[in-house]
Ligand binder design. Structure first.
Ligand code: ATP
Ligand code: MG
Length: 412
């Protein structure tokens, strides 16, 4: 019989990865709560128009990566490819701006993009993201960026590089677009097919192409910073000043543009050199136009998202999932005592392993070894008679005798 396998580009999370995933979720909750962020959970699918309008029709995501389908009620729905547009939709729909001057959210969840699967790139992947709505100060840009950096550090990830840039507002980008087009057109035949298409509908994306030849060809492309107006330049200078105050090191990358249309002004990426071409771990920026685009509101916003699969590839956890104690029982009468003791120890928060299959002493010891436990409790007829149970230390192999009560005290 042919076994059914996981769909291409999707991955089960189990074993060590499950431990890492849980660890990340745990840290997320405490870390983001400290910064005053509230959890938000939006549906996995949305009306297709939300992403078309939010992310932009000329982007790779909308053009060729969305999982779009018609449901039984003839609606066009899309599995969310990213988390920002849904959060903004929820914020606007619930008119949160009326009661809150500043809203801060974090989310964790799966995203869906039809991309070529490779290490660190899947079709269903998980993101942790944050969104801050209602603040235009560059101090907030620096605070959110530094928070992202510290979050990755907290997970034990080292050798990260923060890259920043400003892509200005719509008007400045229009000016830049023209000078970039002038530069790109003569190169058209040498660029990759994607970039050839980008020239017509989204030339800035050519700067973000992952094909080496395109990167080389565009190395001398005009610099976006020069097209920014004074206000935009000042904002960018302030972001850098506050990054210094937050004590976060950065490199300026004048070629850094993001893949989604809603970004403006500050953009940033935190990258590692350990994941090949999938080196971006966390990325985001300012998106002051999105609320206008989706709800006709002048509300400034800033956010980022990080790929959990990429974080897991970088995490070097010393994973300790082994139980603290294994209870070995010999004979029927011992079984009930073992079950009762195991239950009581678990109620007290002790990690207990117990095997309900009847086996001899040798079998139990083999099992305890395999589980890599710290201790083994041995319960046999003799032990029950004397109310003295053996506690074997698996680190030094020493044995001591205790009553059931003493055992509990000893192990909590
Ligand atoms: P990339 O340039 O790597 O395609 P992106 O610009 O499309 O990334 P964003 O949409 O900003 O990325 O998403 C933020 C983060 O989510 C990325 O930095 C990455 O860590 C993660 N991510 C994006 N797409 C995928 C994917 N297909 N599989 C796994 N992780 C992903
Ligand atoms: Mg992408």
């Amino acid at each position: 019989m042919k076994l059914i396998q996981a769909v291409r580009g999707t991955k089960d999370i189990f074993g060590d990865n499950a431990v890492k995933y849980l660890k990340i979720s745990e840290i997320i909750t405490s870390f983001y709560t400290n910064y005053g962020y509230k959890m938000i959970k939006t549906p996995i699918f949305e009306e297709t128009d939300l992403f078309k309008r939010g992310i932009g029709e000329g982007t790779d995501v909308v053009e060729k990566e969305m999982y779009t389908f018609i449901d039984r009620g003839e609606r066009s729905l899309t599995l969310r490819p990213e988390g920002t547009a849904p959060v903004v939709r929820c914020y606007l729909e619930n008119k949160m701006y009326i009661t809150e001057e500043l809203s801060k959210f974090y989310y964790i969840g799966s995203m869906f993009r039809y991309e070529r699967p490779q290490a660190g790139r899947q079709r269903e992947f998980n993101q942790i993201g944050v969104e801050v709505l209602g603040e235009s100060s560059p101090i907030m840009d620096a605070e959110v960026i530094s928070m992202g950096y510290k979050f990755l550090e907290k997970l034990g990830i080292k050798d990260l590089e923060l890259k920043i840039n400003s892509i200005g507002g719509t008007e400045s980008r229009k000016v830049y677009r023209e000078s970039l087009l002038e530069f790109l057109r003569p190169l058209k035949d040498e660029l990759c097919e994607d970039c050839r298409n980008r020239i017509e509908n989204n030339p800035l994306r050519a700067l973000d192409c992952k094909v080496e030849k395109c990167r080389d060809l565009t190395i001398k492309a005009p610099i976006l910073y020069e097209s920014l107006n004074l206000e935009e330049k000042n904002h960018y200078e302030e972001v850098k000043k506050y990054l210094n105050i937050f004590e976060i090191k950065y490199t300026e990358d004048p070629r850094l543009v993001r893949g989604l249309d809603y970004y403006s002004s500050t953009v940033f990426e935190i990258v590692t050199n350990k994941l090949g071409s999938q080196g971006t771990v966390l990325a985001g920026g300012r998106y002051d136009n999105l609320l206008k685009q989706l709800g006709d509101k002048e509300i400034p916003a800033f956010g980022y998202a990080a790929g959990i699969e990429r974080i897991m590839l970088l995490m070097d956890l010393e994973i300790k999932v082994n139980p603290k104690v294994y209870i070995a029982w010999l004979g029927e009468k011992s079984c009930d005592i073992a079950v009762k003791l195991g239950n009581e120890l678990r109620n007290l928060g002790v990690k207990v392993a117990i095997d309900y299959k009847d086996k001899g002493m040798k079998g139990h010891m083999k099992k305890a070894d395999k589980l890599n436990v710290d201790y083994c409790i041995i319960i046999g007829e003799n032990e029950i008679e004397k109310n003295q149970y053996i506690l074997k230390n698996f680190q030094n192999r020493e044995q001591e005798n205790f009553t059931l009560e003493e055992l509990k005290e000893r192990l909590i």
